[in-house]
Write a protein that binds this ligand. Structure first.
Ligand SMILES: *[C@@H]1O[C@H](CO)[C@@H](O)[C@H](O)[C@H]1NC(C)=O
Ligand SMILES: *[C@@H]1O[C@H](CO)[C@@H](O)[C@H](O)[C@H]1NC(C)=O
Ligand SMILES: *[C@@H]1O[C@H](CO)[C@@H](O)[C@H](O)[C@H]1NC(C)=O
Ligand SMILES: *[C@@H]1O[C@H](CO)[C@@H](O)[C@H](O)[C@H]1NC(C)=O
Ligand SMILES: *[C@@H]1O[C@H](CO)[C@@H](O)[C@H](O)[C@H]1NC(C)=O
Length: 465
């Protein structure tokens, strides 16, 4: 936090000089308090020798008031001066840390010793919004987590444009049961390059620490990123290997991923990187799993779009894949966002390098779309016979929420054990959608005959009440 101010206008120099002295004095205190606070909080509580920071808190409160008053004055009296603007925003900048220091001090000195997370689950937290803010950050030892989780009051104590008087950054509740991993994840130097730990991040997310806290370090990038292929070529071409970080994968290039070999580190959609052979015919030429039967779980995009000509414009593909569904829909001028996580292969990078939109999202989360907005949800190879019946219902109700009335849910080759089929079909029937297509086809790719495919195209009914 350097203090820079132009020497062009004497008044500013004078005022800012005074402030810079004040700031230096304050900041040296602030940092010594801070380190004291971070390392000694628990010791203080343990030895019952709690220190009162009340006098320091009062000093900081006075300083905060003065800075706030100065900001208001400068805005009122010099609002057209560029220096005033800069000076005002500088003051606003230093206000943040000072307020944080005051809060931290106030909590440490005045608050009760925290027992950590133990009183969170009982619901006592919801009765006292303030106590969550107190207890929750204290649970973690890493300072960056505590800083992230703490409620950030708005500057000047006013409501922001969203009508909230603070910013309530949140993390997934399972972060608390993965404390050690999360602390490892959040252990970094502010402003430096982050560790090469996206896999740790993804592990945390998949296990319910989702959302993850944000970080204040720079994510690693491929060493020699070359510009992506032009859009008229990128969609059907394997991207440049240089544009992906391969260190955490078994395959170290796209050709390896596209090769029809086992041992790539993932099994779902192991052919998905072979754009020329495996991907090209999908949703254009149906596959018949049993040549003796005239039935297929594959519907063609053309046939599905013809159910609602010109009405299907935006949608979500919740699948395991490399974005080919979105690619084909793009040819039909339909915008599809492809949800993907990087399980064993760089699916997100692949989708983006093809010129399509990846959405890095686990199944744990409520969809980040508003109610009644999407025309289409397509799903294949993600939700299958592994999924819990109750979870399936939560997922389906959420999909129903974001689909607009008249929107389509395309369940594409859902497969499960024959014995489980009835249970799953109950879940889909529960939606009470109009059935445009509905097929159950034996799955023939294993020696036994125990699995079936289920595919359907369903339409959300209007619910005018
Ligand atoms: C935020 O506003 C509520 C009332 O809307 C108030 O009770 C609460 O104390 C305020 N919190 C802060 C940090 O100002
Ligand atoms: C893609 O477009 C560029 C110019 O916009 C053109 O030079 C190139 O030949 C095109 N590639 C293909 C495969 O059409
Ligand atoms: C895609 O699969 C076909 C058939 O298995 C194979 O001949 C081709 O080499 C594969 N493509 C790549 C890039 O490996
Ligand atoms: C990959 O190999 C399997 C058998 O190992 C075969 O069934 C499948 O068709 C092959 N995929 C492609 C794209 O050639
Ligand atoms: C997509 O939009 C383009 C430009 O508006 C148009 O030329 C093209 O015919 C459309 N394609 C389809 C399949 O509607």
């Amino acid at each position: 936090m350097k203090f820079r101010i132009s020497s062009g206008i004497p008044m500013f120099v004078f005022v800012s000089g005074v402030f810079s002295l004040l700031c230096i004095a304050l900041f040296s205190k602030f940092y010594s308090f801070k380190s004291f606070l971070v390392f000694d909080t628990r010791c203080n509580f343990d030895t019952n020798s709690r220190v009162s920071y009340r006098p320091q808190v009062e000093i900081l409160e006075t300083v905060i008031e003065k800075i706030e008053q100065e900001i208001v004055d400068i805005r009122d009296s010099h609002k057209d001066s560029p220096y005033a603007l800069r000076y005002g925003s500088f003051l606003a900048d230093i206000l943040g840390p000072i307020e944080a220091a005051k809060l931290a001090l106030a909590e440490t000195g005045v608050g009760e010793p925290s027992e950590g997370f133990t009183d969170m689950g009982s619901g006592s937290g919801s009765a006292h919004p303030g106590s969550i803010d107190h207890v929750l950050p204290e649970f973690f030892l890493t300072e960056e987590i505590r800083k992230y989780v703490r409620v950030k009051p708005n500057r000047l104590g006013k409501q922001n444009f969203m009508g909230a008087n603070g910013t309530f950054t949140s993390i997934g509740h399972a972060c608390f049961s993965m404390k050690q991993e999360l602390e490892e994840y959040m252990n970094y130097d502010v402003g430096e390059i982050c560790n090469d730990d996206w896999r740790l991040a993804q592990r945390l997310m998949v296990h319910g620490c989702d959302p993850l806290p944000r970080r204040r370090c720079f994510s690693r990038a491929p060493q020699f990123y070359t510009k992506p292929s032009p859009i008229n070529e990128s969609i059907w071409r394997l991207p440049d290997n240089k544009n992906v970080r391969w260190s955490q994968y078994r395959c170290k290039n796209f050709v390896c991923l596209a090769n029809n070999k086992t041992g790539k580190g993932f099994f779902k959609c192991s052919d998905c990187f072979n754009l020329t052979h495996h991907e090209f015919p999908r949703w254009v030429v149906p596959v018949f799993p049993d040549p003796t039967l005239n039935s297929t779980p594959d519907f063609r995009i053309t046939d599905v779009l013809d159910l609602k000509p010109d009405e299907i414009r935006v949608g979500l593909d919740f699948s395991v894949g490399t974005g080919t569904f979105a690619a084909r829909m793009r040819e039909r001028n339909v915008t599809i966002v492809s949800a993907a996580i990087n399980l064993g292969a760089p699916f997100n990078e692949m989708i983006a390098l093809r010129g399509l939109i990846p959405l890095y999202l686990t199944v744990n989360q409520r969809l980040p779309f508003f109610d009644n907005t999407l025309d289409l949800i397509h799903t294949s190879r993600f939700l299958d016979g592994w999924i819990d019946f109750v979870l399936l219902e939560f997922v389906l109700y959420d999909w129903d929420r974001v689909l607009r009335p008249g929107g389509l849910l395309w369940v594409d080759s859902f497969f499960c054990l024959k014995d489980d089929l009835e249970g799953y079909l109950e879940g889909f029937k529960m939606l009470r959608y109009k059935k445009h297509k509905w097929v159950v086809v034996p799955k023939m790719d294993k020696d036994d005959n125990r699995e079936v495919f289920f595919s359907a195209v369903l339409e959300k009914p209007p619910r005018p009440f």
